[in-house]
Ligand binder design. Structure first.
Ligand SMILES: *Cc1c(COP(=O)(O)O)cnc(C)c1O
Length: 405
């Protein structure tokens, strides 16, 4: 019997009852309640949500042109900034956490800075205070990129509320999914009004809605232990056989970011699945807690939340291996074997090549720590489908890799 294909992240599986279009309640209201915020604004993707936020901030400070993001993040961030007619500056990371280096950030911030984007990567809670300090000193805004961190909390409240704006992604692989979707939040009512005004131009698109609905249906059908090799395993194997790691990691994005509304049926699906999200995240957090302890016992460097007040979510467990050589050897041997191994992102942003045209203004920024992280990080799926026996197998693979290293 073939082993099941484990998804690269702990996505919440859909149930057939989720697909019933009527009586699910108002998704935006339910999401606001779930996050314990007064209201949320729904968009068609996390990237689209970021673009709405950037457009809103642009109307507030139209003379400012630069956006500062970590140099190791989702390439969609760079595409969104470019599509808004803004210039991206890349901030290098700290060596000990995935946060932006505070000194470097301070040096990058100027009267030109519109926004700084601390990023809650892979569910880990970022240091938003440090970003706020640098941003406030020059009158810039802070947008918390919480695309991978729906449900993460800091000091007991949802991430996304310390900064001026926060956004979450509902894309496949980020937890709760409407196939694609985005959620905007803001602490300040005036900012929420600005976000609404900036979102007013997004229209319903029958073509996009049809496409996304079919894709969501496909996800509901195939995101199951028996079928995932078709939807995920096979395309991954094809990318890997071509040696295309960027495609294998899903880092190959089209330049143009579609912007349209999130349709009713997909909202109903999200609303129903949301009822199970808390329980699912508690289960995966408990699984992560035990596995992180095991990994640490083996001497592995696990990326965790920096303080007890930060309670992230656990789509994956992030490891930093001693060298890129060891990391790449593990990936070559086990990426694509169905055990749910992946890379958060393959490269630091300037090293993709294919995004050079949107990074022109950022190409002088020194990103050596981000490169180091990109070379040594490895993500173990925290899906419940990765059972203890298979996790233990993988643990011994890692131990072996460390010994040989
Ligand atoms: C996925 C992601 C985005 C974009 O979200 P989409 O919903 O995929 O458009 C932005 N930032 C980060 C860090 C992400 O991982």
């Amino acid at each position: 019997m073939r082993e099941i294909t484990v998804p690269p992240t702990a996505g919440l599986p859909l149930q057939s009852a989720d697909l019933w279009p009527w009586g699910a309640g108002n998704f935006a209201q339910l999401m606001a309640g779930w996050l314990a915020v007064p209201e949320v604004q729904l968009q068609c993707s996390g990237t689209s949500a970021l673009m709405v936020a950037l457009r809103a901030l642009k109307t507030l400070k139209p003379q400012r042109r630069e956006v500062i993001a970590p140099a190791y993040t989702c390439p969609l961030v760079a595409l969104a900034v470019a599509q808004c007619g803004l210039q991206l500056r890349l901030c290098d990371l700290r060596s000990d956490t995935l946060d932006m280096d505070a000194e470097r950030l301070q040096a990058l911030c100027s009267e030109q800075t519109l926004a700084v984007l601390p990023t809650h990567l892979c569910g880990r809670v970022a240091d938003v205070e440090a970003a706020l300090q640098s941003a406030r000193a020059v009158g810039a805004y802070v947008i918390e990129d919480a695309a991978q961190a729906l449900g993460a909390r800091s000091d007991g409240v949802s991430v996304g509320l310390k900064g001026d704006v926060g956004f979450f992604s509902l894309a496949v692989g980020k937890g709760l999914s409407t196939f694609e979707g985005g959620v905007l939040i803001a602490r300040d009512p005036a900012m929420r009004a600005a976000l609404k005004a900036a979102g007013r131009t997004t229209r319903f698109s029958p073509w996009w809605e049809l496409r996304r609905s079919v894709e969501l249906l496909g996800y509901a059908l195939l995101y199951r232990p028996r079928w995932l090799h078709l939807a995920y395993g096979k395309p991954l194997a094809a990318s890997l056989s071509r040696g295309d790691w960027v495609e294998a990691a899903g880092d190959d994005f089209d330049d143009h970011i579609p912007q349209h509304s999130l349709g009713r049926w997909r909202q109903a699906v999200g609303a129903r699945a949301l009822r199970r999200l808390h329980h699912f995240q508690r289960t995966t957090a408990e699984q992560a807690r035990m596995r992180v302890a095991q990994l640490k016992d083996c001497g592995l460097d696990v990326v965790t939340d920096a303080t007890p007040a930060a309670q992230g979510v656990w789509p994956v467990i992030l490891l930093r291996l001693p060298s890129q050589r060891i990391r790449d050897a593990v990936m070559r041997a086990h990426w694509g074997d169905g055990s749910g191994l992946s890379l958060p992102f393959v490269h630091a942003l300037p090293d993709y090549g294919r995004y050079g045209h949107v990074l022109a203004s950022a190409c002088d920024d020194d990103v050596s720590q981000a490169r180091d992280w990109a070379g040594r990080l490895l993500a173990i799926s925290n899906s419940p489908w990765l059972d203890d026996a298979r996790f233990a197998q993988f643990l011994s693979v890692l131990e072996g890799a460390l010994l040989q290293g």
